[in-house]
Design a protein around this ligand. Structure first.
Ligand code: 13P
Length: 341
């Protein structure tokens, strides 16, 4: 079995990143509703098969794919196991193991993540099915009354309990504390996002240490430091890059091999531009790459529309986006490349 550190490093190898294709059933139903499709098992399979069969994208730009349990066990229309398809592209299969969020008791509108009960047994099973890494997402809300210290602490604690159980099973934990930028009211400043992201990361690493998590055998999946989606005052690309990197430098130990950002409702091009600008900053202790869901899939989903005749076009759109983000992971993306395409 490859060491946790070796798997983590492979996931963030230069010029590659992670495809987050682990939309839960309610989330994929929302995405499919945008193209007028119901969320059936067959359509979910067809959609993910379209992505995984985009060979150029998968082999050149994608190091790993986060799956749901359904997809981890699923087969393509011709009977090929998705796991075999990913292995063929040298993409590591990962598994979302949290069971979503529920409202935290109280009236602050915050959320807690569930899924710790029985997790040890589930992880042993996922490891035997070939999962190399896992993901757990904690959600931190920004509003007039949130986040509370209690919510940050509870989310950080759950992330640490999840992470140590993963390592025990030989699975690399992706630790995802997401400070939400596109929630309600979503009008917070970039200063506020920076402050809350810092507090959150501080609590997360404190809990990870207490739990005995090997920091060299995990990856962090944070939000970028951004103004809320509905904030009046926007931020330039370089400011987002600088503030995000500064926040990471203050709170993320150098022992962590890589940081794979979530896109969090940014436009496709913003998510790429921000990552590329961060990777232009020299002398960082960790690799910085993408673990995008929407910012990798938006264009492909819109073109696909559930129709077999659109598969090629959708795959080309996915390959383009993956290529742009792979360049961004090297700090080499140029806006002209997107305009030309
Ligand atoms: P987005 O990139 O769409 O934010 O999704 C990433 C993810 O995995 C959220 O948990």
């Amino acid at each position: 079995m490859a060491s946790l550190n070796a798997i983590a490093k492979k996931l963030v190898e230069p010029g590659k990143g992670i495809l987050a294709a682990d939309e839960s059933e309610p989330t994929i139903a929302k995405r499919f509703a945008k193209i007028g499709l119901p969320s059936t098992e067959e359509l979910r399979r067809d959609y993910r098969e379209m992505l995984f069969r985009a060979r150029e994208a998968m082999t050149s730009y994608i190091s790993g794919v986060i799956l749901t349990e359904e997809t981890l066990l699923q087969h393509a229309a011709d009977g090929t196991a998705f796991r075999a398809m990913l292995a063929d592209c040298d993409a590591i299969p990962g598994i979302k193991v949290d069971k979503g969020t529920f409202p935290m008791p109280g009236d602050t509108g915050e959320k807690l993540t569930q899924g710790l009960d029985g997790l040890r047994e589930r992880l042993a099973r996922y490891a035997s099915l070939g999962a190399g890494f896992a993901k757990w997402r904690g959600v931190i809300t920004i509003s007039a009354t949130a986040p509370t210290r209690n919510n940050i602490r509870a989310n950080a604690h759950a992330l640490a309990r999840y992470a140590i159980l993963c390592q025990e099973a030989g699975i690399v934990p992706i630790v995802e504390p997401e400070v939400i930028g596109d929630g309600e009211p979503g009008d917070h400043s970039i200063d506020r996002c920076e402050e809350v992201t810092g507090e959150t990361l501080e609590a997360v690493f404190q809990e990870l240490r207490l739990a005995g998590v090997d920091l060299s055998g995990m990856l962090l999946k944070p939000n970028m430091v951004l103004p809320g989606t509905r904030a009046q005052q926007r931020a330039e690309v370089d400011e987002v890059a600088r503030r995000t990197v500064d926040t990471m430098l203050r709170y993320v130990p150098a022992a962590v091999p890589g940081i794979a950002f979530l896109s969090g409702g940014q436009s496709d091009e913003e998510a790429t531009a921000h990552l590329s600008a961060m990777n232009k900053i020299e002398g960082l202790p960790w690799r910085l790459t993408f673990s995008y869901g929407r910012a990798l899939q938006n264009a492909a989903l819109m073109l696909w529309k559930g129709r077999p005749e659109n598969v090629k076009l959708a795959q080309a759109a996915f390959a383009h986006r993956a290529h742009m983000n792979a360049l961004a992971a090297l700090g080499q993306w140029q806006p002209e490349l997107d305009k030309a395409a």
